[in-house]
Design a protein around this ligand. Structure first.
Ligand SMILES: [Zn+2]
Length: 137
């Protein structure tokens, strides 16, 4: 089962949990309690890549660090309604197509597959919209 990735609104600590929205959760770092966002969900899957090493990819949502994604890893990021820019970086390589999603009542669920496009001078993290059925459960 894919975990939910949360950012503590009090201390910005990033952690994973199997607790589902809209339950309350306690930040393991600062002990603040907050409700898990329940209006929408971003599902991220990193496709297998044997060339680009197994180094973890960093996730950023609206420039906010949101933890890592392992090779062939997947994560669910619960979000409330709003506009979010998704960015992924691999070490020093920050080239990414930075898709912007709108989480709305009409489209609460957004699914993206990430793969690495090899370039002559630097690689690019490409986030490609996917169908829910193509995502790991
Ligand atoms: Zn906290």
């Amino acid at each position: 089962m894919v975990n939910n990735r949360l950012i503590c609104p009090a201390c910005k600590n990033v952690f994973d949990t199997a607790v589902m929205p809209p339950n309350q959760i306690q930040c393991p770092k600062c002990r603040a309690t907050f409700p898990i966002p329940s209006q929408g969900l971003l599902k991220l899957y990193r496709m297998g890549n044997f060339m680009g090493s197994a180094a973890p990819a960093s996730i950023y949502i609206n420039e906010q660090p949101c933890g890592f994604l392992a090779n062939q890893g997947s994560i669910n990021i619960p979000l409330n309604y709003g506009t979010y820019k998704i960015h992924m970086a691999m070490g020093m390589n920050r080239r990414c197509n930075d898709p912007v999603i709108q989480v709305t009542p009409d489209k609460p669920l957004h699914c993206y597959k990430m793969h690495i496009k090899m370039g002559a001078f630097s690689n690019t993290q490409v986030l490609e919209e996917a169908l829910p059925k193509d995502m790991p459960m």
